[in-house]
Design a protein around this ligand. Structure first.
Ligand code: ATP
Ligand code: MG
Length: 405
């Protein structure tokens, strides 16, 4: 399916407004297997818009336009759409009813009614958060979809109506297949080495790599008839990398862990030193986390580790606050205090600085459950922020591994 995006608006060309809509449309369509092949931006000018629509229709099956559906005289998209598809503009009953329901003021209604003038026999795309409805129609084999310019409205209509509509009208086989793996604890070059035998980029299957700290993403794409090859490539990729896969497709690593926690029925508590609550933030970013997350303690001072978590003061004196023993005592301590099934603790040197024995990036992660407690030493590269981020996601990964059957 060849797809194009038409962005409409003077401000986009002067640079006053950055065209975030085109990026949002590309991402939403790509996520559903539609490859956007061209983007075009034109002024709020009826003749320009008409010519652009006709030009794009010659080479594309789907054209998604954004902008210029408002009530002001500079909004001329509906007129251009009618002209490009040889239709009249008529007052659309559905759009008018919507307008009347959201614009209570009698005087404003008259001015806004222009927004209900749409091409004959088009279908309305409901706008649950604004006045201007969108619309879609087909003309000479091309599907045209028109969305307002305001990003908040555009996003909703894209997700609620446009993506489902495209998925319904274009069966899966014609779409691009995509599988994304989010990896942790492995370098891009290592991934590349591991996957060197997977056939690419011949016959419609491609592998793409992207480093997105602290992750590496690998995306397997397949097009058209290459279904068989795509399935083989993605299965092999998963097999080779499975130990590092912290999430798949659009799920985030924290969403993945949240799902596993929910499914397991286990409760969780956290004791954090060097991450300062970042793990608790990642856990509680996910709605519904109160079902499994009991509590988190941020204990920086040695005295706090002793008081809140019951870490013996002599242990800290002997081994140091950044040590395997203290990490385990923290995990056991918060597990006992909270009564949770699982407890994770982290203690480390986020930097800058550190000592020769424990340089910046030295981190101990511990996990306690009813079977006991384990810990491991890490040396994370990077600056303070990167060390904390890597620590937090690695701690989440301990949970993923613990909860994966
Ligand atoms: P309105 O009813 O607000 O006039 P409209 O559909 O006519 O809606 P435009 O007039 O084209 O939309 O744009 C309204 C506002 O939305 C612009 O001023 C701009 O801030 C924002 N906008 C428009 N197009 C885009 C775009 N492609 N990307 C990001 N923002 C945009
Ligand atoms: Mg406008």
């Amino acid at each position: 399916m060849k797809t194009a995006i038409l962005s409409i608006g003077d401000e986009l060309l002067t640079g006053a407004v950055v065209d975030t809509n085109a990026a949002a449309i590309s991402a939403a369509l790509f996520g559903s297997g539609f490859r956007v092949e061209r983007r075009l931006t034109v002024r709020d000018d009826e003749a320009e818009i008409t010519a652009a629509l006709q030009g794009l229709a010659e080479r594309h099956d789907i054209v998604v336009a954004t902008g210029g559906l408002g009530p002001t005289s500079d909004d001329v998209t509906a007129r251009a759409a009618a002209k490009a598809t040889d239709r009249r503009l008529i007052l659309n009953d559905e759009a008018l009813a919507h307008l009347r329901s959201v614009v209570p003021d009698e005087r404003l209604r008259g001015l806004n009614e222009k927004q209900a003038l749409l091409p004959h026999k088009c279908r309305v795309i409901p706008n649950p958060v604004g006045t201007a409805c969108g619309f879609w129609l087909t003309h000479e084999g091309t599907l045209f979809l028109f969305l307002p310019g305001v990003p908040r409205e555009m996003d909703r209509m894209l997700a609620d109506t446009v993506v489902p509509l495209l998925r319904e009208r274009f069966p899966g086989e014609e779409r691009l297949r995509r599988r994304r793996f989010t990896l942790l604890g492995i370098e891009e070059a290592e991934v590349n080495e591991l996957l060197k035998d997977i056939p690419q980029p011949r016959r419609g299957v491609t592998l793409a790599y992207r480093a997105r700290f602290p992750f590496v993403e690998v995306t397997v794409r397949g097009e058209g008839e290459a279904a068989e090859l795509f399935n083989r490539a993605q299965t092999e990729t998963l097999k080779k990398l499975s130990d590092h896969v912290v999430a798949m497709d659009d799920e985030t690593p924290e969403e993945n862990v949240a799902r596993l926690l929910r499914e397991s029925g286990f409760t969780l508590s956290l004791a954090e030193s060097c991450t300062g609550g970042l793990i608790a933030k990642l856990i509680t970013d996910i709605p519904g986390s109160s079902a499994y997350f009991r509590e988190g303690a941020v204990t920086y001072a040695n005295e706090a580790k002793t008081r809140a978590l019951g870490v013996p003061a002599p242990l800290i004196d002997e081994k140091g606050a950044v040590s395997s023993e203290v990490a385990m005592a923290m995990a056991r301590g918060i597990r006992a205090a909270s009564g949770s099934d699982l407890a994770v603790a982290v203690t480390g040197v986020a930097g800058p600085g550190g000592t020769p024995e424990k340089p910046a990036g030295t981190v101990f992660i511990a996990l306690a459950d009813r079977n006991g407690c384990r810990s491991k030493r890490y040396l994370f590269p990077g600056d303070r922020d990167q060390i904390r981020t890597a620590t937090a996601y690695t701690a989440l990964d301990w949970l993923r591994r613990r909860l994966t059957p």
